[in-house]
Design a protein around this ligand. Structure first.
Ligand SMILES: OC[C@H]1NNC[C@@H](O)[C@@H]1O
Length: 459
Protein backbone atom coordinates (compact mmCIF):
# COMPACT_ATOMS: atom_id res chain seq x y z
CA UNK A 1 0.00 0.00 0.00
CA UNK A 2 1.37 3.42 -0.89
CA UNK A 3 1.92 5.78 2.02
CA UNK A 4 2.48 8.64 -0.43
CA UNK A 5 -0.45 8.05 -2.73
CA UNK A 6 -1.03 9.78 -6.07
CA UNK A 7 -4.42 10.90 -7.43
CA UNK A 8 -6.82 8.28 -8.73
CA UNK A 9 -6.19 7.60 -12.40
CA UNK A 10 -2.62 8.94 -12.37
CA UNK A 11 -0.77 7.88 -15.53
CA UNK A 12 2.31 5.78 -14.75
CA UNK A 13 4.28 5.43 -17.93
CA UNK A 14 7.58 5.37 -19.72
CA UNK A 15 8.63 7.24 -22.83
CA UNK A 16 10.57 6.53 -26.00
CA UNK A 17 11.04 8.10 -29.45
CA UNK A 18 10.93 6.59 -32.92
CA UNK A 19 14.45 7.21 -34.19
CA UNK A 20 15.97 6.19 -30.86
CA UNK A 21 14.37 2.72 -30.67
CA UNK A 22 12.73 1.52 -33.89
CA UNK A 23 15.53 0.64 -36.33
CA UNK A 24 14.19 -0.85 -39.62
CA UNK A 25 14.92 2.51 -41.24
CA UNK A 26 14.06 1.32 -44.78
CA UNK A 27 11.27 -1.13 -43.94
CA UNK A 28 7.77 -0.78 -45.42
CA UNK A 29 8.51 2.38 -47.36
CA UNK A 30 10.08 4.51 -44.61
CA UNK A 31 11.92 7.50 -46.03
CA UNK A 32 15.07 9.13 -44.67
CA UNK A 33 14.94 11.61 -41.80
CA UNK A 34 17.47 14.31 -40.92
CA UNK A 35 18.74 12.03 -38.17
CA UNK A 36 19.46 9.24 -40.69
CA UNK A 37 21.54 11.75 -42.66
CA UNK A 38 23.19 13.33 -39.59
CA UNK A 39 24.08 10.03 -37.91
CA UNK A 40 25.67 8.76 -41.11
CA UNK A 41 27.80 11.89 -41.37
CA UNK A 42 31.27 11.21 -39.94
CA UNK A 43 32.07 13.09 -36.72
CA UNK A 44 28.49 13.77 -35.64
CA UNK A 45 27.77 10.76 -33.41
CA UNK A 46 30.22 9.09 -31.01
CA UNK A 47 31.82 6.00 -32.54
CA UNK A 48 29.93 6.66 -35.77
CA UNK A 49 26.81 5.01 -34.32
CA UNK A 50 23.33 5.46 -35.83
CA UNK A 51 19.71 4.37 -35.54
CA UNK A 52 19.72 1.89 -38.43
CA UNK A 53 19.04 -0.97 -35.99
CA UNK A 54 18.66 0.88 -32.67
CA UNK A 55 16.94 -1.58 -30.33
CA UNK A 56 14.94 -3.23 -33.11
CA UNK A 57 11.63 -2.08 -31.64
CA UNK A 58 9.94 -2.04 -35.06
CA UNK A 59 10.26 -5.83 -35.06
CA UNK A 60 10.05 -6.41 -31.29
CA UNK A 61 7.21 -4.04 -30.36
CA UNK A 62 4.88 -6.82 -29.17
CA UNK A 63 7.56 -8.22 -26.82
CA UNK A 64 8.27 -4.73 -25.50
CA UNK A 65 4.61 -3.94 -24.90
CA UNK A 66 4.13 -7.26 -23.13
CA UNK A 67 7.05 -6.34 -20.86
CA UNK A 68 5.47 -2.96 -20.09
CA UNK A 69 2.26 -4.74 -19.13
CA UNK A 70 4.00 -7.37 -17.01
CA UNK A 71 5.87 -4.64 -15.10
CA UNK A 72 2.60 -2.80 -14.38
CA UNK A 73 2.80 0.39 -16.46
CA UNK A 74 -0.60 1.87 -17.39
CA UNK A 75 0.62 4.39 -20.01
CA UNK A 76 3.23 4.60 -22.75
CA UNK A 77 4.54 7.67 -24.55
CA UNK A 78 6.03 7.04 -27.99
CA UNK A 79 6.66 9.11 -31.08
CA UNK A 80 5.52 8.57 -34.65
CA UNK A 81 8.20 8.59 -37.34
CA UNK A 82 7.15 11.30 -39.79
CA UNK A 83 9.15 9.76 -42.69
CA UNK A 84 7.59 6.36 -41.97
CA UNK A 85 4.12 7.86 -42.39
CA UNK A 86 4.97 10.43 -45.07
CA UNK A 87 8.18 9.42 -46.89
CA UNK A 88 9.52 12.68 -48.34
CA UNK A 89 7.12 14.65 -46.15
CA UNK A 90 4.05 14.24 -48.32
CA UNK A 91 1.34 11.70 -49.10
CA UNK A 92 0.43 8.66 -47.01
CA UNK A 93 2.40 5.45 -46.53
CA UNK A 94 -0.21 2.95 -45.32
CA UNK A 95 2.41 0.36 -44.35
CA UNK A 96 4.04 2.93 -42.06
CA UNK A 97 0.72 3.79 -40.43
CA UNK A 98 -0.02 0.07 -40.06
CA UNK A 99 2.98 -0.32 -37.71
CA UNK A 100 1.52 2.25 -35.33
CA UNK A 101 -1.90 0.65 -35.57
CA UNK A 102 -0.33 -2.68 -34.54
CA UNK A 103 1.59 -0.99 -31.72
CA UNK A 104 -1.50 0.82 -30.38
CA UNK A 105 -3.60 -2.34 -30.57
CA UNK A 106 -0.97 -4.20 -28.50
CA UNK A 107 -0.96 -1.38 -25.94
CA UNK A 108 -4.73 -1.32 -25.61
CA UNK A 109 -4.75 -5.11 -25.35
CA UNK A 110 -2.42 -4.76 -22.33
CA UNK A 111 -4.55 -2.02 -20.76
CA UNK A 112 -1.86 0.57 -21.49
CA UNK A 113 -3.00 4.04 -22.59
CA UNK A 114 -1.08 5.32 -25.66
CA UNK A 115 0.26 8.90 -25.67
CA UNK A 116 1.55 9.77 -29.15
CA UNK A 117 4.10 12.46 -29.97
CA UNK A 118 4.05 13.58 -33.59
CA UNK A 119 7.48 15.20 -33.75
CA UNK A 120 10.47 13.90 -31.85
CA UNK A 121 13.07 15.33 -34.23
CA UNK A 122 12.99 12.99 -37.23
CA UNK A 123 12.05 15.51 -39.94
CA UNK A 124 11.84 13.96 -43.43
CA UNK A 125 15.09 14.79 -45.16
CA UNK A 126 13.32 16.13 -48.23
CA UNK A 127 11.64 18.80 -46.08
CA UNK A 128 15.05 19.80 -44.73
CA UNK A 129 16.29 19.96 -48.33
CA UNK A 130 13.42 22.43 -48.91
CA UNK A 131 14.59 24.60 -45.98
CA UNK A 132 13.62 22.64 -42.88
CA UNK A 133 12.21 24.32 -39.79
CA UNK A 134 13.63 27.78 -40.65
CA UNK A 135 11.27 27.61 -43.65
CA UNK A 136 7.70 28.63 -42.68
CA UNK A 137 6.15 26.12 -45.11
CA UNK A 138 7.44 23.23 -42.96
CA UNK A 139 4.89 24.17 -40.31
CA UNK A 140 2.12 23.66 -42.86
CA UNK A 141 3.58 20.33 -43.96
CA UNK A 142 3.54 19.31 -40.27
CA UNK A 143 -0.16 20.14 -39.96
CA UNK A 144 -0.88 17.90 -42.97
CA UNK A 145 1.17 15.10 -41.40
CA UNK A 146 -0.71 15.54 -38.11
CA UNK A 147 -4.00 15.24 -39.96
CA UNK A 148 -2.91 12.02 -41.68
CA UNK A 149 -1.75 10.42 -38.42
CA UNK A 150 -4.80 11.59 -36.48
CA UNK A 151 -7.23 10.25 -39.10
CA UNK A 152 -5.55 6.84 -38.93
CA UNK A 153 -5.20 6.53 -35.16
CA UNK A 154 -7.58 8.87 -33.30
CA UNK A 155 -10.19 6.13 -32.85
CA UNK A 156 -7.66 4.50 -30.47
CA UNK A 157 -5.20 7.26 -29.52
CA UNK A 158 -6.80 10.07 -27.51
CA UNK A 159 -3.70 11.85 -26.16
CA UNK A 160 -1.56 13.67 -28.74
CA UNK A 161 1.57 15.77 -28.36
CA UNK A 162 2.64 17.91 -31.29
CA UNK A 163 6.32 18.72 -30.71
CA UNK A 164 8.89 17.31 -28.32
CA UNK A 165 11.45 19.76 -26.91
CA UNK A 166 11.26 22.44 -29.60
CA UNK A 167 14.24 24.11 -27.87
CA UNK A 168 16.44 21.13 -28.76
CA UNK A 169 15.06 20.75 -32.29
CA UNK A 170 15.68 24.45 -32.99
CA UNK A 171 18.74 25.48 -30.97
CA UNK A 172 20.73 22.25 -31.11
CA UNK A 173 19.66 21.39 -34.65
CA UNK A 174 20.17 24.82 -36.24
CA UNK A 175 22.11 26.80 -33.58
CA UNK A 176 24.97 24.80 -32.09
CA UNK A 177 24.82 22.03 -34.70
CA UNK A 178 25.00 19.30 -32.03
CA UNK A 179 21.80 17.73 -33.36
CA UNK A 180 20.39 17.11 -36.84
CA UNK A 181 20.53 18.77 -39.31
CA UNK A 182 23.75 20.10 -37.72
CA UNK A 183 23.59 23.74 -38.83
CA UNK A 184 25.14 26.64 -36.93
CA UNK A 185 23.13 29.78 -37.39
CA UNK A 186 21.43 31.74 -34.61
CA UNK A 187 19.16 33.36 -37.17
CA UNK A 188 18.08 29.96 -38.51
CA UNK A 189 17.64 28.63 -34.96
CA UNK A 190 15.22 31.39 -33.94
CA UNK A 191 13.26 30.95 -37.16
CA UNK A 192 13.06 27.22 -36.47
CA UNK A 193 11.89 27.80 -32.89
CA UNK A 194 8.99 29.97 -34.03
CA UNK A 195 7.99 27.64 -36.86
CA UNK A 196 7.98 24.61 -34.54
CA UNK A 197 5.53 26.51 -32.34
CA UNK A 198 3.55 27.61 -35.39
CA UNK A 199 3.40 23.94 -36.43
CA UNK A 200 1.92 23.18 -33.02
CA UNK A 201 -0.65 25.94 -33.44
CA UNK A 202 -1.69 24.81 -36.92
CA UNK A 203 -2.01 21.15 -35.90
CA UNK A 204 -3.60 21.51 -32.46
CA UNK A 205 -7.17 22.29 -33.59
CA UNK A 206 -7.09 19.34 -36.03
CA UNK A 207 -5.91 16.96 -33.29
CA UNK A 208 -8.83 17.76 -30.97
CA UNK A 209 -11.33 16.06 -33.27
CA UNK A 210 -12.77 12.69 -32.26
CA UNK A 211 -12.65 13.58 -28.53
CA UNK A 212 -8.86 13.82 -28.46
CA UNK A 213 -6.67 15.90 -26.15
CA UNK A 214 -3.64 17.79 -27.43
CA UNK A 215 -0.46 18.91 -25.72
CA UNK A 216 3.20 19.70 -26.33
CA UNK A 217 6.34 18.64 -24.45
CA UNK A 218 8.89 21.42 -23.91
CA UNK A 219 12.07 20.69 -21.94
CA UNK A 220 12.21 23.01 -18.95
CA UNK A 221 15.01 23.65 -16.47
CA UNK A 222 15.18 25.34 -13.11
CA UNK A 223 17.69 28.18 -13.58
CA UNK A 224 19.83 29.74 -10.83
CA UNK A 225 22.53 32.44 -10.97
CA UNK A 226 25.77 31.67 -9.14
CA UNK A 227 25.52 35.03 -7.37
CA UNK A 228 23.14 37.97 -7.10
CA UNK A 229 25.44 40.20 -9.07
CA UNK A 230 23.70 42.15 -11.82
CA UNK A 231 25.68 40.30 -14.48
CA UNK A 232 24.84 36.84 -13.11
CA UNK A 233 21.18 37.75 -12.56
CA UNK A 234 20.98 38.87 -16.18
CA UNK A 235 22.68 35.69 -17.35
CA UNK A 236 20.02 33.67 -15.52
CA UNK A 237 17.28 35.89 -16.99
CA UNK A 238 18.52 35.27 -20.50
CA UNK A 239 18.82 31.49 -20.09
CA UNK A 240 15.48 31.19 -18.30
CA UNK A 241 14.00 33.34 -21.05
CA UNK A 242 15.19 31.28 -23.98
CA UNK A 243 14.88 27.86 -22.34
CA UNK A 244 11.59 28.23 -20.49
CA UNK A 245 9.59 31.48 -20.92
CA UNK A 246 9.88 31.66 -24.72
CA UNK A 247 8.02 28.36 -25.03
CA UNK A 248 5.72 28.58 -21.99
CA UNK A 249 4.51 32.10 -22.85
CA UNK A 250 3.84 31.17 -26.48
CA UNK A 251 2.06 27.89 -25.73
CA UNK A 252 0.06 29.01 -22.69
CA UNK A 253 -0.39 32.75 -23.21
CA UNK A 254 -0.06 33.28 -26.97
CA UNK A 255 2.76 35.82 -26.56
CA UNK A 256 6.54 35.99 -26.50
CA UNK A 257 8.37 37.54 -23.51
CA UNK A 258 9.42 41.08 -24.43
CA UNK A 259 12.90 40.68 -22.95
CA UNK A 260 13.57 37.53 -24.99
CA UNK A 261 12.27 39.15 -28.17
CA UNK A 262 14.70 42.00 -27.49
CA UNK A 263 17.55 39.52 -26.90
CA UNK A 264 16.74 37.87 -30.25
CA UNK A 265 16.43 41.09 -32.23
CA UNK A 266 19.99 40.87 -33.61
CA UNK A 267 18.98 37.56 -35.22
CA UNK A 268 16.03 38.97 -37.12
CA UNK A 269 13.38 37.47 -34.89
CA UNK A 270 10.90 40.29 -35.43
CA UNK A 271 10.69 39.36 -39.13
CA UNK A 272 9.80 35.73 -38.36
CA UNK A 273 6.53 36.24 -36.47
CA UNK A 274 3.65 37.07 -38.77
CA UNK A 275 0.36 38.72 -37.65
CA UNK A 276 -1.94 36.09 -36.18
CA UNK A 277 0.77 33.51 -35.54
CA UNK A 278 0.67 33.85 -31.77
CA UNK A 279 -3.11 33.68 -31.72
CA UNK A 280 -2.76 30.36 -33.53
CA UNK A 281 -0.13 29.08 -31.08
CA UNK A 282 -1.44 30.19 -27.72
CA UNK A 283 -4.00 28.54 -25.48
CA UNK A 284 -4.52 25.47 -27.65
CA UNK A 285 -3.23 22.78 -25.28
CA UNK A 286 -5.56 20.57 -23.25
CA UNK A 287 -2.50 19.51 -21.24
CA UNK A 288 1.15 20.47 -21.05
CA UNK A 289 3.95 17.92 -20.99
CA UNK A 290 7.10 18.90 -19.12
CA UNK A 291 10.44 17.20 -19.77
CA UNK A 292 12.68 17.82 -16.76
CA UNK A 293 16.18 16.51 -16.05
CA UNK A 294 18.17 19.06 -14.12
CA UNK A 295 18.90 22.65 -13.10
CA UNK A 296 21.07 25.17 -14.96
CA UNK A 297 23.41 27.10 -12.65
CA UNK A 298 24.80 30.01 -14.64
CA UNK A 299 27.23 32.88 -14.44
CA UNK A 300 28.10 35.73 -16.77
CA UNK A 301 31.38 34.88 -18.39
CA UNK A 302 32.54 36.70 -21.52
CA UNK A 303 34.85 33.79 -22.34
CA UNK A 304 32.16 31.11 -21.99
CA UNK A 305 31.84 28.83 -25.01
CA UNK A 306 28.66 26.83 -24.67
CA UNK A 307 26.73 24.79 -22.15
CA UNK A 308 26.64 21.44 -20.42
CA UNK A 309 27.53 19.19 -23.30
CA UNK A 310 24.61 17.91 -25.29
CA UNK A 311 26.96 15.83 -27.39
CA UNK A 312 30.58 14.72 -27.14
CA UNK A 313 31.40 17.19 -29.91
CA UNK A 314 29.69 20.27 -28.42
CA UNK A 315 31.80 23.24 -29.39
CA UNK A 316 29.36 25.99 -30.28
CA UNK A 317 26.84 27.77 -28.10
CA UNK A 318 23.14 27.10 -28.76
CA UNK A 319 22.15 30.32 -26.98
CA UNK A 320 21.56 33.20 -29.37
CA UNK A 321 22.10 36.36 -27.32
CA UNK A 322 23.56 34.47 -24.38
CA UNK A 323 26.84 33.14 -25.69
CA UNK A 324 28.65 34.74 -22.74
CA UNK A 325 27.04 32.51 -20.16
CA UNK A 326 28.91 29.79 -18.30
CA UNK A 327 27.08 26.71 -17.03
CA UNK A 328 28.63 25.59 -13.77
CA UNK A 329 28.32 22.61 -11.48
CA UNK A 330 26.95 23.68 -8.11
CA UNK A 331 28.39 20.68 -6.32
CA UNK A 332 25.45 18.29 -6.57
CA UNK A 333 25.89 14.66 -7.61
CA UNK A 334 25.76 14.22 -11.38
CA UNK A 335 24.45 11.51 -13.69
CA UNK A 336 26.49 9.87 -16.45
CA UNK A 337 25.51 12.80 -18.66
CA UNK A 338 27.18 15.21 -16.23
CA UNK A 339 23.74 16.65 -15.36
CA UNK A 340 23.22 17.63 -11.73
CA UNK A 341 20.62 15.66 -9.77
CA UNK A 342 18.17 18.24 -8.42
CA UNK A 343 14.63 17.03 -7.69
CA UNK A 344 13.96 20.37 -6.01
CA UNK A 345 14.21 21.90 -9.46
CA UNK A 346 11.30 19.76 -10.63
CA UNK A 347 9.14 20.95 -7.73
CA UNK A 348 10.21 24.52 -8.59
CA UNK A 349 9.24 24.16 -12.25
CA UNK A 350 5.90 22.49 -11.49
CA UNK A 351 4.81 25.05 -8.91
CA UNK A 352 6.01 27.93 -11.09
CA UNK A 353 4.06 26.78 -14.16
CA UNK A 354 0.96 26.13 -12.04
CA UNK A 355 1.24 29.56 -10.37
CA UNK A 356 2.36 31.81 -13.22
CA UNK A 357 0.47 30.42 -16.20
CA UNK A 358 -3.15 29.76 -17.11
CA UNK A 359 -4.21 26.54 -15.40
CA UNK A 360 -3.80 23.42 -17.54
CA UNK A 361 -3.34 19.76 -16.59
CA UNK A 362 0.35 18.84 -16.45
CA UNK A 363 2.29 15.65 -17.15
CA UNK A 364 5.95 14.90 -16.61
CA UNK A 365 6.48 13.56 -20.11
CA UNK A 366 10.17 12.83 -19.54
CA UNK A 367 12.31 12.43 -16.43
CA UNK A 368 15.13 9.96 -15.89
CA UNK A 369 18.86 9.45 -15.67
CA UNK A 370 21.77 7.85 -17.45
CA UNK A 371 24.09 5.80 -15.31
CA UNK A 372 26.64 3.12 -16.17
CA UNK A 373 24.84 -0.22 -15.91
CA UNK A 374 26.38 -3.64 -15.34
CA UNK A 375 24.75 -7.00 -15.89
CA UNK A 376 25.46 -9.41 -13.02
CA UNK A 377 23.80 -12.79 -12.41
CA UNK A 378 21.31 -12.04 -15.16
CA UNK A 379 20.11 -8.78 -13.62
CA UNK A 380 21.01 -5.08 -13.45
CA UNK A 381 21.15 -3.38 -10.08
CA UNK A 382 20.67 0.31 -10.95
CA UNK A 383 20.10 1.77 -7.50
CA UNK A 384 21.29 5.25 -8.58
CA UNK A 385 18.64 5.45 -11.30
CA UNK A 386 16.01 4.11 -8.90
CA UNK A 387 16.99 6.74 -6.33
CA UNK A 388 16.88 9.48 -8.99
CA UNK A 389 13.38 8.56 -10.06
CA UNK A 390 12.15 8.11 -6.48
CA UNK A 391 13.44 11.56 -5.50
CA UNK A 392 11.77 13.18 -8.51
CA UNK A 393 8.51 11.35 -7.87
CA UNK A 394 8.65 12.62 -4.28
CA UNK A 395 8.98 16.12 -5.71
CA UNK A 396 5.92 15.42 -7.88
CA UNK A 397 4.01 14.21 -4.83
CA UNK A 398 4.91 17.39 -2.96
CA UNK A 399 3.86 19.52 -5.94
CA UNK A 400 0.48 17.80 -6.10
CA UNK A 401 0.06 18.47 -2.37
CA UNK A 402 0.81 22.12 -3.20
CA UNK A 403 -2.09 22.14 -5.65
CA UNK A 404 -0.31 21.39 -8.93
CA UNK A 405 -2.67 19.59 -11.37
CA UNK A 406 -0.17 16.83 -12.22
CA UNK A 407 -1.86 13.93 -14.03
CA UNK A 408 0.97 11.59 -14.93
CA UNK A 409 4.66 10.74 -15.08
CA UNK A 410 6.65 9.12 -17.89
CA UNK A 411 10.11 7.80 -17.05
CA UNK A 412 12.73 8.42 -19.71
CA UNK A 413 13.21 5.84 -21.02
CA UNK A 414 11.53 2.48 -21.18
CA UNK A 415 14.50 0.94 -23.01
CA UNK A 416 18.18 1.80 -23.28
CA UNK A 417 18.41 3.41 -26.70
CA UNK A 418 20.24 5.74 -29.16
CA UNK A 419 21.11 8.86 -27.17
CA UNK A 420 21.65 11.19 -30.14
CA UNK A 421 25.25 12.50 -30.32
CA UNK A 422 26.31 10.04 -27.63
CA UNK A 423 25.12 7.06 -29.65
CA UNK A 424 24.55 4.02 -27.44
CA UNK A 425 27.05 5.19 -24.85
CA UNK A 426 24.47 6.57 -22.41
CA UNK A 427 21.89 4.24 -20.89
CA UNK A 428 18.61 5.87 -19.70
CA UNK A 429 16.43 2.77 -19.79
CA UNK A 430 14.40 1.13 -17.06
CA UNK A 431 15.11 -1.93 -19.18
CA UNK A 432 18.66 -2.85 -20.16
CA UNK A 433 19.30 -3.77 -23.80
CA UNK A 434 22.21 -5.96 -24.83
CA UNK A 435 22.96 -4.25 -28.14
CA UNK A 436 24.66 -7.35 -29.53
CA UNK A 437 21.76 -9.72 -28.91
CA UNK A 438 18.85 -7.27 -28.41
CA UNK A 439 17.97 -9.18 -25.24
CA UNK A 440 15.96 -7.05 -22.79
CA UNK A 441 16.72 -7.22 -19.03
CA UNK A 442 14.44 -5.22 -16.68
CA UNK A 443 16.68 -3.33 -14.27
CA UNK A 444 15.91 -3.12 -10.54
CA UNK A 445 14.44 0.33 -11.25
CA UNK A 446 11.94 -1.24 -13.67
CA UNK A 447 10.66 -3.71 -11.10
CA UNK A 448 10.48 -0.98 -8.45
CA UNK A 449 8.75 1.50 -10.78
CA UNK A 450 6.21 -1.14 -11.77
CA UNK A 451 5.33 -1.64 -8.11
CA UNK A 452 4.94 2.12 -7.68
CA UNK A 453 2.59 2.13 -10.68
CA UNK A 454 0.54 -0.78 -9.43
CA UNK A 455 0.24 0.76 -5.94
CA UNK A 456 -0.32 4.25 -7.38
CA UNK A 457 2.25 5.80 -5.10
CA UNK A 458 5.47 5.70 -3.15
CA UNK A 459 5.98 3.75 0.02
O1 LIG B 1 18.70 13.18 -23.10
C1 LIG B 1 17.71 12.32 -22.65
C2 LIG B 1 16.42 12.60 -23.42
N1 LIG B 1 16.07 14.01 -23.29
N2 LIG B 1 14.89 14.40 -23.96
C3 LIG B 1 14.78 13.96 -25.35
C4 LIG B 1 15.16 12.50 -25.52
O2 LIG B 1 15.12 12.14 -26.90
C5 LIG B 1 16.53 12.25 -24.91
O3 LIG B 1 16.93 10.89 -25.10
Amino acid sequence: MATRGFPEGFAWGAATASYQIEGSVTADGRGASIWDTFAHTPGKVLNGENGDVAVDHYARYAEDVALMGSLGLNAYRFSLSWPRIQPGGRGVNGAGLDFYKRLVDELLEQGITPYATLYHWDLPQELQDAGGWPERDTAYRFAEYAQVAHEALSDRVKHWMTVNEPWCAAFLGYGSGDHAPGLRSSAQAVRAAHHLLLAHGLAAPLLKANDCLVGAAPNLYAVTPVSDSEADLDAARRIDGLQNRFFLDALLRGSYPEDVVADLEPFGFADVVQPGDLDLIGGKVDFLGINYYSRHTVSADPDAAGMVATSPFASASPWPGAESVAFVNAGRPVTDMGWEVDPGGLHEILTRVAKEYPSVPLYITENGAAYVDTVADGGVDDQERLDYIEAHLAACHDAIADGVPLKGYFAWSFLDNFEWGWGYGKRFGLVYVDYETQVRIPKSSAHWYGRVARHNGLS
